[in-house]
Design a binder for this molecule. Structure first.
Ligand SMILES: [Cu+2]
Length: 177
């Protein structure tokens, strides 16, 4: 088998040099494979998946809540959001922080998901993150379509169904118990 690779130069190498050559080529090949994989996984939005999305109506619009899972090996950041349907509603990336027992919302430039990790964008029930809807969702619409824009330019689209708060409160459950 060695004879196949035995060009003039290679045959004059010592055994140790040959081991090094094989090891170094192996490392280079592995680095290229990993590099291509990382490039692919950051540019296709396939590494990021949205689970359990829903929206709630609020005074000036509403909020969209979800869990975003990053299957990739590098951090993925959500840098923007759009409302695809219905038209005419703006979306902002928000975070709720609690200061001295008072909840306050702030806009954030990005929401980053660690590699092989998740972000619980469930407002105060999660890590504070959520998408704020600026503009009213017309009455009768029970599901909206949202697009997340990732740092590499890829997009992740998902549907968020309306969650009616009154059916979710502890009091209401208590009535049935
Ligand atoms: Cu908000």
């Amino acid at each position: 088998m060695a004879a196949l690779f035995c060009g003039d130069k290679l045959c004059r190498m010592t055994g140790l040099q040959r081991v090094w050559l094989v090891a170094v080529s192996g490392v280079i090949v592995a680095a290229v494979v990993v590099g291509v994989f990382l490039m692919f996984s950051t540019q296709s939005g396939e590494g990021v998946e949205v689970h359990g999305a829903f929206f709630r109506r609020g005074v000036t619009g509403g909020g969209v809540f979800f869990i975003a899972h990053n299957h990739g090996l590098v951090e993925a950041c959500i840098v923007g959001a759009e409302v695809l349907e219905p038209a005419g509603i703006r979306a902002e990336l928000h975070r709720t922080i609690i200061e001295n027992g008072v909840a306050r919302m702030q806009t954030v430039e990005k929401i980053c998901i660690p590699p092989r990790g998740e972000v619980r964008a469930l407002g105060v029930e999660g890590d504070g993150h959520h998408i704020m809807l600026i503009g009213e969702v017309p009455k009768g619409i029970q599901a909206i379509k949202i697009r997340l824009i990732l740092g590499g330019g890829a997009t992740v689209d998902f549907e968020a169904k309306e969650q009616h708060l009154e059916t979710m409160t502890e009091d209401h459950h208590a009535e049935h118990d």
